[in-house]
Write a protein that binds this ligand. Sequence first.
Ligand code: GLY
Length: 303
Amino acid sequence: MSSSAERAPAIRVPAIVVHGGAGADPSQAPEFRQGVRAAVLAGWRVLAAGGGALDAVEGAVRALEDDPRFNAGRGSVLTRDGTIETDASIMEGDRLQCGAVAALPGIVANPVAVARKVLESRQHVLLVAHGALAFARSVGIPECDPASLVTDRQRKRHAELARTPTSPGGGTVGAVALDRSGTIAAATSTGGTPGKLPGRVGDSALIGCGTYADSSLGGVSCTGDGEAIIRVVLGHRALRYLKDADDPDYAAKVAVDLLVEEGVGQGGLILIDWRGRPGYATSTRLMPVAIMSPALDEPRVPF
Ligand code: GLY
């Protein structure tokens, strides 16, 4: 990918797009729409006030982590052992700075905030499990009662899993934003797949797979079958398609085809290109998406 140093400095028109997961249950579509709408507005308030893309995507993802309807933060799915372990990552595309946490024990309500601190530490990119928790404590991230993250819906789902072990994950969340200075950032957060083995890490923690940002090209957040997304390095590949096609919707569609055909999995993704044009595609029945830019009076919620 080309360096952002080659990008001519210019005032950009800001934009933000968020998703609420490619495996979302279609019977709950209105509730999911409400959730992504609120989250995109949380991110938009940052951009509209002249704030940065990194703060905007963190703000939007935090809103989705706090919303128990989504599989991230509060509302995360449970592992085989009935515990919560979360994955999250965040990236800014000017200097390709990134931070991530994986298999973070479920006593942190906002895993994306820990990923942001990892990014800011500049020492490492990815911290896992108890090391990630120790880091979170060292930088003052508040802990919560683990029971407060477990919803009745996920408790019920966990019980059902014993009977139907192939229940889809769904509800992973993500955001991509472009700010006025031309910086693109992306973030993704998830509880992972229901009934996963403790210690399993999916794409959402992996830069280049679930999340990627390069301000000279665009940013991306993926959702869906994590193992399949990892196999095809979906986030980075999607930005390659964007570079070749210069059409965000087309790039998103080709990337999803890659996921289905070569990755042998289902899922979707959201994109923003360096001009602020959004794109999205999914192979599933529902992927709640919300978009906001100065051209819109209200968030666009296409699904
Ligand atoms: N895409 C989320 C996960 O597989 O963990």
